[in-house]
Design a protein around this ligand. Structure first.
Ligand code: CUK
Ligand code: CUA
Length: 643
């Protein structure tokens, strides 16, 4: 995502890099690190990293897990995109995960990973992430690192301000980037009827306290702005969630000009507690809308997809007190709430200051009822001076996102001037700045958006890589930089490349995840309808032209290993159960010429590959994961005969 033209960027980058960035040689300025940097990121062979980092994959649609401080890639967790590496979205069990109201959509643009929270602290149970393009929210189980739920969101076009957890994960919340006509209205309208016919919708997804199951509880219908990002309150601001709005001009053409007219746009403060009460009191209006709800069950190892048909809504113009608007300079992008829940730091990407708002003052201003006008005649705009804690002056160019270290400091990325700026929350003074290479979007501090940040490390997630790595043709991996924030001055420790575009990351001390790790699935608990629990139960069952192969895999044998009687025109379903009961012994399964991916079956799991043989002859199959000294012996043959 680029907010400003590249022409604007080049001079700023060149100054900071101390060299021309179009050259092939590494920038010298960024190469200087303290002598102890290597020691600080060195994790000796056989040792674990201290922290997990979960980076969104942007246009890869996935999430990547890294170890910090080493920067070692641990796993790509498939979420919204098919992943041939482990058959996600290809196996019969996982295909339903990618169902939507538009059909099978095996890709998305994932921006914001969000860890579940208990009492405002990251609890290490689940990771939520948004699909921006075909609006969806996914939930990953951090005990198994598997995507276990994907919920589509109706009525919106671009689930960008999402998913942000309230303090106890009561809800994950999302809001639209692209306002559009609601799903129950006639969408066949002139685009220039934007102001009249388009709407925004804030989605509140209820999260089950124990199981994590998500359900769309209600949506708030809001004015047609572009809603960009959000963060929920905590502590005193527990009942509220804050969204940045740009394009409050409500332009629908030439947004790069027409959406930057006003000197100030808004933060929209939403009282979700009040909305919840109104819904509970039956004040909601049910509107029809079609959206998919996909759940992966880790006992049956199978996903199911259900199409939901409606949602409760509240039109905020009809319920006073649900939303207030705080003027915010200019085209705000991120809004971040301090660990104590008292201040909201916003980042107007075209603004020359970082405005910091006071929650206390916001409540006082609401009480006072002296407004700076109304949106749509009824939605109060509070006065800037009334709600402002203060402004961080001259922070740099293009402030985007802020996180906190729990010691009273905030860190903000500057997209245009390519730096991370450290400032003090109470007096808003700038303490330090460090160049980033180049153009950081989000940053992440360990626990940095929670009530109790762990601090220590900061990741700067950079949009432009240029000269940081050996060139790899026109496309370079995006860059991530690890910065030590233990001292007064920030120190660059390490660069490492990422998968796709890491918009945002969440970091959490490893111990919070380690304690829940599942090492294999218990075979006796495998409830997959096609599970085969011992080699003697393997079989081939024909029913018309459908053939079900009940297969097992164990070191070092696929059973059955010779299958005859398959005919052209058959639909063959190979259900492979991995009989291993040990950590880190997956088996793979691939068929010659199968117009599909492989399977990668975890110990105790059953996965199914569908195959429609196209040619008469002998067709080998084999295990794709080198699992033992006799891995190369894990093979078999189909015999395919004419119809
Ligand atoms: S966005 Cu990418 S830099 Cu989608 Cu959170 Cu700000
Ligand atoms: Cu099983 Cu290789």
């Amino acid at each position: 995502m680029k907010f400003l033209s590249y022409k604007l960027l080049v001079p700023a980058l060149a100054i900071l890099a101390g060299s021309t960035i179009s050259g092939c040689k590494p920038g010298k300025a960024g190469s200087s690190v303290d002598a102890d940097a290597a020691q600080k990121v060195y994790v000796a062979p056989g040792k674990y990293d201290e922290v997990y980092a979960f980076l969104s994959g942007g246009f890869s649609g996935q999430v990547a897990a890294y170890g910090i401080p080493s920067g070692r890639l641990l796993k790509v967790i498939p979420v919204f995109s098919q992943n041939a590496e482990n058959g996600y979205g290809y196996s019969e069990e996982t295909k339903p995960m990618l169902n939507t109201s538009h059909g099978f959509v095996p890709w998305d643009d994932s921006h914001h990973p969000e860890l579940s929270k208990t009492n405002g602290e990251d609890d290490g149970r689940w990771l939520f992430i948004n699909g921006n393009n075909t609006p969806r929210i996914a939930r990953i189980n951090l005990a198994t690192f598997k995507t276990v739920e994907i919920l589509e969101l109706p009525n919106i076009g671009g689930n960008h301000a999402s998913p942000f957890c309230t303090e106890n994960t009561e809800y994950v919340v999302g809001n639209t980037r692209f306002s559009e006509p609601l799903d129950n209205s006639n969408g066949d309208v002139p685009i220039n009827s934007y102001k009249k016919n388009f709407k925004g919708a804030v989605s509140f997804v209820k999260v089950d306290k124990d199981k994590g199951a998500m359900n769309l509880a209600f949506q708030l219908i809001v004015p047609p702005f572009n809603y960009d990002l959000a963060h929920a309150g905590k502590g005193p601001s527990h009942d509220w969630i804050f969204f940045t709005c740009y394009n409050t001009e409500q332009a629908n053409t030439l947004l790069e000009v027409n959406a930057s007219q006003r000197d100030k746009d808004f933060i929209m403060a939403v009282n979700w507690k009040k909305a919840e009460e109104l819904i509970a009191a039956g004040k909601g209006t049910k509107i029809t809308a079609k959206y998919a709800h996909n759940v992966y069950n880790e006992n049956t190892h199978t996903a199911t997809s259900v199409m939901e048909t409606g949602t409760q809504t509240l039109d905020v113009t009809k319920f006073p007190g649900l939303v207030y608007y705080l003027p915010c300079p200019k085209s705000p992008h991120g809004v971040d709430v301090t660990p104590d829940g008292e201040y909201m730091a916003a980042s107007g990407k075209l603004a020359a200051v970082i405005p910091v708002f006071s929650f206390k003052k916001m409540l006082a201003a609401i009480d006072k009822k002296q407004y700076d006008g109304m949106i749509d005649g009824v939605l109060p705009v509070l006065k800037y001076e009334d709600v402002l804690h203060g402004e961080v002056k001259k922070p740099g160019l293009g402030p985007l996102h802020t996180e906190f270290d729990g010691k009273g400091y905030a860190y903000t990325t500057m997209f245009v001037s390519s730096e991370v700026v450290k400032w003090k929350i109470d007096n808003l003074e700038i303490i330090d700045r460090i160049p980033s290479y180049y153009s950081p979007g989000h940053l992440s501090v360990v626990g940095g958006d929670s009530k109790k940040p762990f601090g220590k490390y900061l990741l700067s997630l950079n949009k432009i890589t240029k000269d940081r790595y050996l060139p790899t043709g026109p496309e370079l991996a995006q860059a991530c930089q690890l910065i030590d924030i233990t001292g007064n001055k920030m120190k660059l420790l390490l660069d490492f490349p990422t998968i796709g575009e890491p918009h945002y990351a969440q970091m959490i001390p490893a111990e919070k995840i380690l304690k829940n790790q599942v090492k294999f699935f218990k075979l006796e608990e495998n409830k997959n309808a096609y599970a085969t629990k011992s080699e003697k139960d393997t079989k081939v069952v024909r029913n018309g032209n459908r053939v079900d192969v009940y297969m097992t895999a164990i070191r070092s044998h696929l059973a059955p290993d010779n299958i005859e009687g398959i005919k052209i025109g058959d639909e063959v379903y190979v259900h492979v159960t991995n009989l291993e009961q040990d950590w880190d012994v997956p088996h793979g399964f691939a068929i010659k010429g199968a117009n599909n991916a492989e399977l990668l079956i975890m110990p105790g799991e059953t996965c199914t590959l569908k195959w429609t043989p196209g040619l008469v002859g002998i067709v080998p199959y084999y295990c794709t994961d080198f699992c033992s000294a006799l891995h190369q012996e894990m093979q078999g043959y189909f015999r395919v005969s004419p119809a």
